[in-house]
Design a protein around this ligand. Structure first.
Ligand SMILES: Nc1ncnc2c1ncn2[C@@H]1O[C@H](COP(=O)(O)OP(=O)(O)OP(=O)(O)O)[C@@H](O)[C@H]1O
Length: 629
């Protein structure tokens, strides 16, 4: 059993674009991800779709708050009645009932807001997952999978806490605050100014630290993202890590990300610690001042004792939730920090963006004109392509007929895999055209195109799951007979018999429970099972033993009798089996022809066969003598 690990992938990308994709909450033109930071309005936009629940929660909170505001007024009357020696039983019962109903209404309102928080996060997570699965592959190139995973997990959790915690406070404070302030003004404007002044001092303190809390939260989340990405890198290549005895280095590296998150978290806590004293000032300061000034005003007769008690109760209704609001504001700042990272992903352009226009339908195989000669199945016309301004393909033209085996050869890095990516529409060419069945794939829905193409990737990646899951991945409805047939074609029957659970055996993460050659054959079987018109194979035999290599080459030849095969070939056996060979030389088509023609006419191909193409294992390179001038 062998496996491969890729220790690369450290770049953190920043590329982003606009575009609305399926099922996301952000839409072009209405999110601030292009440079601007999201604001409170963007947070409110998150509540879209939860209108009814928020409305019900609001109604319950308003009702609860109104009942709460009645209580000081009734208390004032109660005191007056006690002082006048009048009956108070009915008032006491009413007060108790008001208190109970208020508590029940507020609890129900809070529950609904918590549910809203959960549904906002569900919507965001679904949007993120869909966006990530549909995003243009070029956008993912510079990004780290772990960081993206962290945004879907950690960042959205932060936002849920914010929605559930702070919206309750915001709603309660606004309603209670306005009501209580009005009634306090009505009872005693001077005392109201005393309370307002105290609150202002606290508010200035809190406002001073808000921006800092947001920035350090963003930094903490970025630290968690980097930690997840680095851990994913290390676990993805754990055997390479162990073999290189790099466990301590990796632990240090990931530990540094943890430390960065810790430092930012501590900074945020430091700033957040200002909120506590501000709350003290707001709550204790207000009460002390109200009692002090109130006592003076009661003693000089400008206020009655019952008014002072009512005022104190209203101050409770205003100050206590306001203190909670300071907490909510710091939660909102943290939420804005995570929202920025979430929107950054939600704004990534997707494949076949609606703004690119309606996709052009691909002509169906049956609709291909019978009279005129049909176009080649795949054709590249003067295609050029660059990764980040680094040209890889220049003026590449060649075609793949409807049947037959075409081999693509060239030195490492010549651009062979890039051509496969362009055929699959993973990338769009910068210049020229890629045509499938005569139609330019540029405007075509990539899913239509891919339904007619089978792909075996270079490292034959398998997905966690059973062998059967992997085989039927491109054709879930495949029946047992079809599965057995492809298993026989790629020589996997024996493996299935050997495995205790047969087709239901788990292949492990990325198929690591299988050998490299087995993975490769499963990937080939997967592509063949869907019976595509064109099969793209990127180095399909690189991990096979001589027997399997030979047998698979025969299978490819058989399949090419009725289907088109484009094979990126590094093995002489595959090259020799090809009907035609396209030689790629530094991003250009250097030559094209049969093996014999090219050997005779093309010096670069001759050098390639001797220096770069691998002879069948266990045999001497058969073409060295031919290659000699
Ligand atoms: N996503 C990417 N971003 C930037 N550069 C890339 C990317 N993918 C490939 N390249 C570069 O483009 C060039 C062509 O790569 P490609 O994988 O097409 O070559 P290849 O001929 O298939 O090589 P090999 O035979 O080694 O697999 C290489 O120099 C490679 O480094």
């Amino acid at each position: 059993m062998t496996d491969h690990a890729d220790p690369s992938g450290t770049a953190t990308g920043t590329g982003r674009g606009a575009g609305g994709g399926p099922g996301t909450v952000a839409h072009p033109g209405e999110n601030p991800a292009d440079g601007a930071r999201p604001g409170t309005r963007d947070l409110l936009r998150l509540l879209r779709g939860s209108g009814r629940t928020v409305g019900a929660a609001l109604a319950l909170t308003v009702a609860g708050t109104a009942l709460g505001l009645l209580q000081p007024l009734l208390t004032m009357r109660l005191i007056d009645r006690v002082s006048a020696d009048r009956a108070v039983a009915a008032l006491v019962v009413t007060l108790a009932a008001l208190f109970l109903v208020q508590a029940a209404l507020e609890a129900a309102g809070q529950y609904l807001l918590d549910v809203t928080g959960e549904s906002v996060v569900r919507r965001l997570r679904r949007g993120l997952v869909e966006r990530l699965l549909f995003v243009r592959l070029r956008e993912l190139d510079g990004r780290r999978a772990g960081d993206l995973l962290s945004r879907v997990g950690t960042d959205t959790t932060m936002l849920r806490d914010m929605v559930a915690g702070s919206f309750v406070q915001l709603v309660t404070v606004t309603i209670t605050g306005v009501g209580a302030a009005g009634l306090m003004l009505w009872i005693d404007p001077v005392m109201f100014l005393v309370v307002a002044g105290t609150l202002l001092v606290a508010a200035v303190l809190v406002a001073g630290v808000m921006a800092g809390i947001r920035t350090s939260t963003e930094q903490a989340l970025a630290g968690v993202g980097a930690m997840t990405a680095d851990l994913e890198r290390a676990l993805g290549g754990i055997r390479t890590v162990r073999a290189a005895r790099a466990e301590h280095r990796e632990a240090e590296r990931i530990g540094a990300d943890v430390d960065a998150a810790y430092t930012a978290g501590v900074r945020s806590a430091k700033l957040g610690s200002v909120v506590g004293p501000a709350m003290e000032i707001a709550v204790n300061g207000s009460f002390l001042l109200v009692l002090l000034v109130g006592a003076v005003r009661v003693s000089d007769g400008s206020m009655s004792v019952s008014e002072l008690v009512a005022f104190l109760l209203f101050a409770t209704y205003l100050v206590m939730p306001l203190a909670g609001l300071f907490n909510a504001l710091s939660l909102i700042q943290r939420g804005l920090g995570s929202l920025r990272r979430i929107e950054d992903v939600l704004c990534l352009p997707v494949e076949q963006d609606p703004q690119d226009g309606a996709p052009v339908p691909l002509p169906t195989p049956a609709a291909s004109p019978a009279a005129s000669p049909p176009p080649p199945l795949l054709e590249l016309r003067r295609v050029s392509f660059a990764y980040d301004d680094r040209p890889v393909l220049r003026d590449v033209s060649f075609s793949v007929p409807r049947t037959g085996l075409i081999a693509l050869v060239g030195r490492s890095g010549a651009g062979k895999t890039t051509i496969v990516s362009l055929a699959e529409k993973f990338h769009e060419p910068d210049g020229g055209h890629v045509l499938f069945d005569g139609a330019d794939v540029r405007g075509v829905d990539p899913r239509d195109l891919r339904a007619r193409i089978g792909l075996v990737e270079q490292h034959a990646p398998l997905l966690y799951g059973t062998l059967r899951d992997n085989l039927v991945y491109a054709k879930p409805e495949a029946n047992e007979r079809e599965i057995r047939e492809v298993l026989r074609m790629v020589n996997l029957e024996e493996l299935v018999e050997r495995l205790a659970n047969g087709l239901e055996a788990e292949v492990g993460d990325r198929g690591f429970n299988l050998s490299g050659g087995e993975r490769q054959r499963v990937a080939i079987a997967r592509a063949l099972l869907a019976r595509p018109e064109l099969v793209l194979l990127d180095e399909p035999t690189s991990q096979l033993d001589p027997i399997n290599e030979r047998e698979l080459t025969d299978v490819l030849r058989d399949i090419s009798q009725e289907r088109a095969l484009l094979v990126v070939a590094h093995r002489m056996s595959t090259v020799r089996a090809a009907d035609r060979i396209v030689v790629l030389d530094e991003g250009r088509v250097g030559a094209e022809g049969t093996h014999e023609q090219l050997l005779a006419e093309d010096p670069f191909y001759r050098r390639l066969t001797t220096d770069h193409l691998t002879p069948p294992l266990g045999r001497p390179a058969p073409d060295r003598s031919v290659a000699a001038p």
